[in-house]
Design a protein around this ligand. Sequence first.
Ligand code: HEM
Length: 364
Amino acid sequence: METSIQKTKRTAIGRWVDRIQLYSTAQLFSVLIAVTMGLKTRQRMSHNNGIGAKGTFTFDLDPDIPPHHFLEHGKQVSCQVRHGMATFYDDAMSAIRSLSLKLSDQPFASPFDMNLNTGSISLFWNAASFLKLAKMRRQKWGIEYQDYYKKYPIGKAGAISTLRRNPTSFANLTYYAKTPFNFVGKDGVQRYAKYRAIPYDPQVEESGMIPERDKLEPENQRIIPGETRSRNYLKKELAERLKDQTVKYWFQIQIRKAEANDSESIFNCCIDWDEKEFPWMNMGVIELNEIMDWDSSNVIGFSVTNLPKGLDFIKAKSIYDYNSLNYMRSKMGIARKARLLGYKLFGKPVEIPENDNRNSSTIV
Ligand code: HEM
């Protein structure tokens, strides 16, 4: 599948110009987010509405996963998960839900972080389309991206895949990292990997799949008229659940060997890898046992730069390269630092109040 914001075949000078454009775009964007969101409003670029939980990660490796120094069968480490939603402060809206995993008990330092969202494909496929999405957002009271979806049907398909309306729990959703990463193990062979997290119990049915009405109009993320669920119902459900049980997920990996004739499209996060050819394999079990408070959940941060050697993100050549998404993310450290500085200078963000400010992307 070729996408309309896509360029191929460049001369040597053209490739050089592409790299400079990618570098400067990422730098400029990170400064823009650091100033306008991190410092000014003390917010993340997205997924501000969320709650953390602590627990353990136990490596339970499928024997078909090629050996890698970081992957030690049976090893147990502390982990943290932040469950969030993009981008509104109202759990009852139709929205992307997330599971971000950190294999450490620190707010940032970690040998392995992974951000995952619901749905297997994304609303954008490279830095250029990501920036188009940001530019064309035009959010007003819970309706957004209408022009973007009209112009880019692939983005609309991504929205339909990723949006969830009124799931009964974070614990019964399935989350995908979508973009591929390197997998170079002990044998030195170049492979690529995708990650996902699924409920530990395979019988659990995913809740919150969007109904036909939302598929026709994914831009309308507003709560259903007469909605009785509160702005915080989903975060509260997780806190209640963790009072008397643990929440468990399988963390899984899909691996493919690099081939000389690979098409660039294997890196496109709007195209799934064939599950029969590249089956999902268990990598370990996430077991959450303790909810985190609002402040600690806000302080925690994740990055694609927190990955072991050989499992890092794939290099990108231009803003049209599918791998430019992870390159852009790798440059966002300054936005996280600006947000933490904002907390110090102006105070930590208040909790989302249970009021009638519904369909809201502001906290009040
Ligand atoms: C398909 C690709 C992507 C996925 C799956 C993804 C997923 C996520 C998730 C799950 C979070 C929430 C993290 C949390 O709970 O703290 C997040 C936050 C964030 N994402 Fe993305 N994202 C993607 C692409 C991008 C891109 C292209 C950028 C561009 C720079 C970006 C920048 C950010 C930033 C700045 C945050 C907030 C980080 C913080 O302040 O701690 N993401 N993303």
